[in-house]
Design a binder for this molecule. Structure first.
Ligand code: GAR
Length: 210
């Protein structure tokens, strides 16, 4: 089975969704470790609870991005992953890191990319008056939140929404979307080309919509 490694910085509700999905008997991959840059990330507790190995590379202990990424890469290599997932991992990765895992490195980002790369996506969607918002799973490339998008899920924005309520709605979609995309990836159905995606061997002209 393909070996999945997940990196997370926070509460890890997406990690939980991935743990639950990969526990299903027919899931075509297994999580071999969950790593974090934050020793207290609740994501680590979720993994430990599921008897999954965990590791921490604390970014505050490194004085450059390069040194942190080199240490993180060394830790990741010990698990020899076939799939590397960012699930609420809140560190920007160096080009060297991204290149080292090109084609197996996926991220989930809380907006309908290319809208709202970076932070505070929910607030920005509200301020723009967007009627729909959502989440995207994409390949990670050197361009921040700019790699080819595999799939997206939408949520409706209501007048009563706050950044917090919108974040919750988006997360509920993420918990469905990410495991589905990871399943496809593990089945070998999704491949990254130079700047495009092949889905079942055919050029993906637009992100899949769920
Ligand atoms: C998720 O909504 C994810 O899309 C977002 O952080 C949240 C993590 O929640 N990721 C980013 O903003 C990446 N820049 P979780 O810890 O409950 O999975």
């Amino acid at each position: 089975l393909p070996r999945i490694l997940v990196l997370a910085s926070g509460s890890g509700t997406n990690v939980q969704a991935l743990i639950d999905a990969t526990r299903e008997r027919d899931f075509p991959g297994r999580i071999v470790a969950v790593g974090s840059n934050r020793p207290k990330a609740f994501a680590l507790e979720r993994a430990a609870q599921a008897n999954i190995e965990t590791f921490v590379v604390d970014h505050t202990q490194y004085d450059s991005r390069e040194a942190f990424d080199a240490a993180l890469m060394a830790e990741i290599r010990r698990y020899n992953p076939d799939v590397l997932l960012l699930a609420g991992f809140m560190r920007i990765l160096t080009d060297d890191f991204v290149r080292a895992f090109r084609g197996i490195l996926l991220n989930i980002h809380p907006s309908l990319l290319p809208k709202y790369t970076g932070l505070n996506t929910h607030q920005r969607a509200l301020e723009a008056g967007d009627p729909v918002h959502g989440t995207s799973v994409h390949f990670v490339t050197e361009e921040l939140d700019g790699g080819p998008v595999i799939a997206q899920a939408e949520v409706k924005v209501s007048l009563e929404d706050t950044p917090e309520s919108l974040a919750e709605k988006v997360k509920a979609k993420e918990h469905i979307l990410y495991p589905i995309v990871v399943r496809w990836f593990c089945e070998g159905r999704i491949q990254l080309g130079s700047d495009y995606i092949l889905f079942d061997g055919e050029l993906l002209k637009a992100p899949l919509r769920l």
